[in-house]
Design a binder for this molecule. Structure first.
Ligand SMILES: Nc1ncnc2c1ncn2[C@@H]1O[C@H](COP(=O)(O)OP(=O)(O)OP(=O)(O)O)[C@@H](O)[C@H]1O
Length: 249
């Protein structure tokens, strides 16, 4: 499968501290990837670099089949390329219904081309129904978002991002604050979403990562320490020493 995003030799220094250190990592189209690593490993900074919030001191960030560099682009230009980001805290319009939230997300398609394509295929009403089903909120479409559970709000926000049809979706610690049932549903939603786009999940919860059942990248001190299946990386002695032996194991 072809590469969607290539981060190559990237470094970032904050006040003399190298938060990202010669980082190289690649993501394919339509793949699910978990990124784990101890506090301060550089996971958030990595996402900040991809979305354009932080500009690296050196290295390359190459996107798509045209090999575009993301480094010269603003955050909004990068979003228009099809890179969506879900922060840890849910941000939905609390006083609007689930349907209204999804409708608003559909009103802001990331490109005029996306509007044309969607008009040709499905109406907005049909798309809202399809997304609601994907995020398990079909029965809650008329509910006010502020009344949803924490997990349901997270799903709604994921649905709002999916409405923008991103090619890459970055998701920061989705399991935090969720019940066991909500976590299970969340892994199902992310796995399904990753069938048609790349989904990169930063997560500390190892049970959650196990359920994602995907390739795992372990970051440590701003570089990739190990990569492969969860069983492969968790049997790596250095991963055990720097991460699993600590409180997040
Ligand atoms: N704007 C900044 N200024 C100074 N230092 C920063 C800045 N942003 C991040 N850092 C430092 O860079 C390192 C990497 O931080 P980052 O937040 O990317 O780690 P993380 O892997 O996301 O950690 P966590 O699991 O705690 O969220 C940390 O030591 C952090 O203190």
């Amino acid at each position: 499968m072809s590469t969607l995003l290539e981060v190559s030799g990237v470094s970032v220094t904050f006040d003399g501290f190298r938060a990202i250190n010669n980082l190289s990592v690649q993501f394919a189209e339509a793949e699910l990837r978990a990124i784990i690593g101890p506090n301060g490993a550089g996971k958030t900074t990595f996402m900040d670099i991809v979305t354009g919030k932080t500009k690296p001191d050196e290295g390359r960030v190459i996107w798509g089949e045209k090999n575009l560099s993301l480094l010269g682009m603003s955050e909004s230009e990068i979003a228009l390329q099809g890179i969506g980001r879900k922060f840890q805290k849910p941000t939905v319009f609390e006083d609007q219904t689930v349907r209204q939230n999804l409708a608003m997300a559909l009103k802001n398609p990331r490109s005029p081309l996306a509007v044309l394509l969607h008009k040709k295929t499905k109406s907005n009403a049909e798309r809202i129904e399809a997304i609601a089903e994907q995020i398990g909120l079909t029965d809650s479409l008329t509910r006010i978002a502020g009344e949803l559970s924490h997990g349901q709000k997270q799903w709604l926000e994921i649905g709002m991002l999916l409405a923008q049809d991103p090619r890459l979706l970055l998701v920061d610690e989705p399991a935090a604050g969720m019940t066991v049932e909500e976590r299970e549903k969340t892994t199902d939603i992310l796995r399904e979403a990753a069938k048609t786009r790349a989904v990169v999940v930063v997560e500390h919860d190892m049970e959650f990562v196990r359920r994602l059942d995907c390739k795992v990248t372990v970051l440590h001190e701003g570089s990739v320490l190990a990569e492969g299946s969860l069983d492969h990386v968790t049997s790596n002695q250095r991963v055990i020493d720097v991460y699993l032996g600590r409180s997040h194991a």
